[in-house]
Ligand binder design. Structure first.
Ligand SMILES: Cc1ncc(C[n+]2csc(CCOP(=O)(O)OP(=O)(O)O)c2C)c(N)n1
Ligand code: SF4
Length: 338
């Protein structure tokens, strides 16, 4: 990495391409925060790769002045895994949508997470297929009326955060496009993480699903309807910071502080708890019964796929010396026809 390369600013990460998202799309805010956070990392531009699938969100690599690859629908995690293994020095970001990452690409996403691939996956969740003009997606609510489901969809939605936890992702967070400060902080945390990092970003599609998250993100309700998680801190929320979350048996409860309930009764967030049970409970908190948790839900450390692979390669070289693919292939008969 050259000396001058690490002294970059936002403009260095802006490409010469015209941004083609609809005016007011939440994607702009995410792009702006990524272009703000990347120069802070002190990494040269040529050491970043942005890999996307297909969708409005997947146009992202065009707008980044880094290496990038707009790949095929749902396959960004697979392509990105190959990129990371081929060149572990790259910091690899995956850009995907709820359609791209959870419909056609659901399988690829799960396996990249479970393998602890060192990827920073940004899941732009707008609960709709934007690029193809507004069909319901796997995260759309049951009964979603669209042109292709005029009477309402009859599908139960999938929830990205519980899915990521169940897939053994080692870093799972949630944020929203309308809170740039929080979004930037989550990007920094994902950038620092070694292993599979996924951030679900609530992203507003102004054209086909406007206001999908307004019950959580609108200025008038957000303090009461979102819970900002902070590691090691009790779970307090509300406009007047007078509500909290406690656990009774296996159920989380919203409580009013003061009614014989004090801060010491509340759950304390432990993002690195080796047992994922509480993070799973948190991930299933939904409005209107609960405030929606935003922040780092889980962050644990375990060896990443490429680290284990490189260790194994080194061990093999030590034992047997540097090999030749040709020798491996021509080594012995694989089968004999008699
Ligand atoms: C193999 C294949 N199947 C279907 C499509 C059509 N298609 C393009 S984008 C898309 C869904 C995009 O939705 P999402 O990932 O939520 O992205 P958004 O556009 O909302 O950002 C679909 C179904 C395609 N391009 N390729
Ligand atoms: S269709 Fe929706 S997601 Fe796509 S660019 Fe327009 S506002 Fe954004």
């Amino acid at each position: 990495m050259s000396e001058e390369a690490v002294k970059l600013d936002r403009k260095d990460f802006v490409s010469d391409q015209d941004v083609r998202w609809c005016p007011g799309c939440g994607d702009y805010s995410i792009l702006a925060q990524v272009q703000k956070v990347l120069p802070e990392l002190g990494i040269a531009r040529e050491n970043f790769a942005f890999i996307s699938g297909i969708g409005c969100s997947s146009r992202f690599p065009y707008y980044m002045n880094t290496y990038g690859f707009h790949t095929i629908h749902g396959r960004a995690p697979a392509l990105a895994s190959g990129v990371k293994i081929a060149n572990p020095n790259l910091q690899v970001w995956v850009i995907t949508g709820d359609g791209d990452g959870l419909s056609i690409g659901g399988n690829h996403l799960i396996h990249a997470l479970r393998r602890n691939m060192d990827l920073k996956i940004l899941l732009f969740n707008n609960e709709i297929y934007g690029l193809t003009k507004g069909q319901y997606s796997p995260t759309s609510e049951m009964g979603k009326k669209t042109k292709s489901t005029p009477m309402g969809s009859v599908d139960y939605p999938i929830q990205p955060v519980p899915l990521a936890l169940a897939s053994e992702a080692t870093f799972v967070a949630r944020t929203v496009d309308t809170n740039p400060k929080h979004l930037a902080e989550m990007l920094r945390r994902a950038a620092d993480h070694k292993g599979s990092a996924i951030i679900e970003i609530y992203q507003n599609c102004v054209i086909f699903n406007d206001g999908a998250f307004k019950d959580v993100t609108d200025r008038s309700v957000r303090d009461d309807m979102s819970l900002i998680l902070e590691d090691g801190k009790p779970m307090i929320f509300g406009k007047d910071s007078d509500k909290g979350i406690r656990i009774r048996g296996t159920k989380l409860e919203v409580v009013q502080l003061g009614d014989g309930v004090s801060e010491s009764d509340l759950l304390v967030h432990n993002e690195s708890d080796p047992d994922p049970a509480l993070s799973m409970l948190l991930s299933r908190m939904h409005a209107p019964e609960y405030p929606v948790p935003l922040g780092v839900i889980r962050a644990i450390r375990r060896p990443a796929y490429h680290e284990m692979l490189l260790d194994q390669e080194e061990e093999a070289v030590q034992k047997k010396g540097v090999g030749e693919i040709r020798d491996l292939l021509m080594d012995s008969e694989t089968w004999t026809v008699q």
